[in-house]
Design a protein around this ligand. Structure first.
Ligand code: XBP
Ligand code: MG
Length: 250
């Protein structure tokens, strides 16, 4: 039985990193009078570290070591992150970020089949709320039964903690579920939690090492624009739907 599907957010439900999170960080840096600018290639490098506060700290350690010597470094990073979240929510409200192909179709299909859906993400809860209210506004408000996000667990992906937290809230064993992810860090987190995981690679995660996943696809596919299978057996299917997820989980 497949009882629940647990979705990653950034890169999986929508392409939020390049045109959502990245400009939000840059807007926060400008607001604080910092001359830091994360261009598209630089942000790709920084995505190796999950979590916005953790990402800013990793950036400083490599490129702005003097900043970390400041006595107010920790509080400034926390304040910067609050500003970044505010800018991100504002950008989302402009309504330019669309769901990835097949996301709405698959979620509706799962719910119609009685399968529970949940979220496991490293991003801040306000960002998930903003995504649900804008990009995913066509889904009923109670679609995602459990939302695991941000700092509710001490260790972010690739640690398994957020998936373990969601599984516990769902009251399900990992073997009754499947995770959908777009990144190596996400696959590592899901696998470490014992979850089968399917990958739809995203702009920033093309060509990452997804070992441990069931299959790697271009996207979830729509009937008139099927997905491309990059690795794994997907038995000639054109789109990811409830039936394919059940077969994949075995
Ligand atoms: C995405 C992340 C997050 C976002 C930024 O994780 O790594 O850090 O880039 O969000 P996922 P915050 O793919 O698991 O959703 O700034 O709120 O941390
Ligand atoms: Mg992701």
């Amino acid at each position: 039985m497949l009882d629940a599907v647990i979705f990653d957010v950034d890169g999986t439900l929508a392409e939020t990193e390049r045109d959502g999170h990245r400009p939000a960080f840059n807007a926060a840096f400008r607001e604080f009078g910092l001359d830091w600018e994360w261009d598209v290639p630089m942000y790709g490098e920084l995505l190796a570290v999950t979590g916005g506060k953790e990402r800013m700290r990793a950036y400083c350690a490599k490129y702005r070591p003097a900043f970390l010597e400041r006595p107010d470094a920790d509080t400034t990073i926390a304040e910067l992150h609050k500003a970044k979240t505010r800018h991100y929510v504002r950008f989302m409200e402009q309504g330019t970020i669309q769901p990835r192909p097949g996301v709405l179709r698959l979620i509706r299909d799962l719910r119609a089949s009685g399968i529970r859906v949940a979220i496991a993400t490293t991003t801040t809860p306000e960002n998930v709320d903003a995504l649900l209210a804008t990009t995913l506004k066509d889904l009923p408000a109670d679609t995602f039964e459990i939302i695991g996000a941000g700092d509710i667990v001490p260790a972010k992906k690739p640690a398994p903690d957020i998936y373990t937290w969601v599984l516990q809230k769902l009251g399900l064993p990992a073997t009754a579920c499947i995770a959908l992810e777009d990144s190596r860090n996400g696959v590592r987190a899901a696998v470490a939690a014992g979850l089968p995981v399917l990958v739809t690679q995203s702009t920033y995660t093309q060509g990452e090492d997804f070992s441990g996943s069931l299959a790697v696809l271009s996207d979830l596919g729509e009937p008139n624009t099927p997905f491309t299978a990059l690795s794994g057996l997907v038995d000639g299917a054109a789109v990811v739907d409830t039936a394919l997820l059940r077969r994949l989980r075995g």
